[in-house]
Design a protein around this ligand. Sequence first.
Ligand SMILES: *Cc1c(COP(=O)(O)O)cnc(C)c1O
Length: 374
Amino acid sequence: MQINLSGPDISQAEIDAVLQVMHSTTLSLGPKLGEFESAFAKYTNRKYGVAVNSGTSALHLAMLSLGITAGDEVISTPFSFIATTNCIMMVDAKPVLVDIDPVTYNIDHTQIESKITDKTKCIIPVEVFGNPDGIDKVCDIAKKNNLYCVEDSCEALGSVINNRQVGTLGDISIFAFYPNKQITTGEGGILLTDNKAVADLCYSFRNQGRDTEGGWLAHARMGYNYRLSDISCAIGTVQLGRIDEFVKKRATVASWYNEVLKDESRLVLPAAPDNATMSWFVYVPRLNDAFTGAQRNQMLTTLRDQGVGCSNYFAPIHLQPFMVEKYGYKKGDFPVTEHIADRTMALPFYNNISRNDVEIVCQKLITALDQLKN
Ligand SMILES: *Cc1c(COP(=O)(O)O)cnc(C)c1O
């Protein structure tokens, strides 16, 4: 038996869209690119979308296009996927980390203002696991302090907080399309903004520094090859058209887990915030405070040995070896992040998982809890 941690939801429509591109003569920089960008900009009510080959590339272009550079500081969270802070280091700026809220796992907005210095240029909040709680407040703090807000929305396509849609909150908002995300293009990402100068720079940076008017061998600036192929864009447009269906399916799967596990006091279950629509990225309960990191690791091993895909989302960013080496971080620097990160367990979660598989996972989880050695 094997129940995977994640999996894409591909229908015949995505396959047909790929075939259509394959039968055309334009596999890149063709009509599907603009179609995908327009559809995405429309969905998020943004003026410009710049599709690129990964979420990480989109974050990098965000930093470049805002002119963030050596000597600048960017505030972000130690409880995220590594790309959130790597993009800051890619432009030689310094990540300044702020610990998280123990309930939402999002950056603790009440601690942000104390970390702002005259070098601070930007804040990068993340809607962790799809939960948008507090991110509107972070972007408001950025605005009030004359800082850029780059919303790393890679885990939250379809979430809404206080009637504000995720992807509209930042000066720039970023989504990603690796196959475990709410929608996929195989690999891919998009940068959204209402700022024409930012968008124009990003169109150029992703395409080797070319300007739209120049020729193929005219490079107005140093750029990158961050292009997304028309094959990927065609998949993305179909997937985006199904987002409401996906958000609903994922909420149903989360509700199955929460229902089966509701009386399990050894776990703290994830919950959608009151004033929000939550687009669930992953389903991540955690062991309660009485358990240790070693016990959580034992749980993950036991579950994996029985064919249950699971993971320790996230390992704290500040304790990754290259971060320790570069900035001298140590255990205890971000205690809430470390406490949570020691106890979380991402469980199998995707659109088409069956209720029966969810029940099997829960049963194995409870048995593994019963067997935990102290
Ligand atoms: C997935 C993800 C990204 C981008 O990932 P890519 O693999 O580069 O597409 C960035 N930030 C967060 C928080 C993510 O979850």
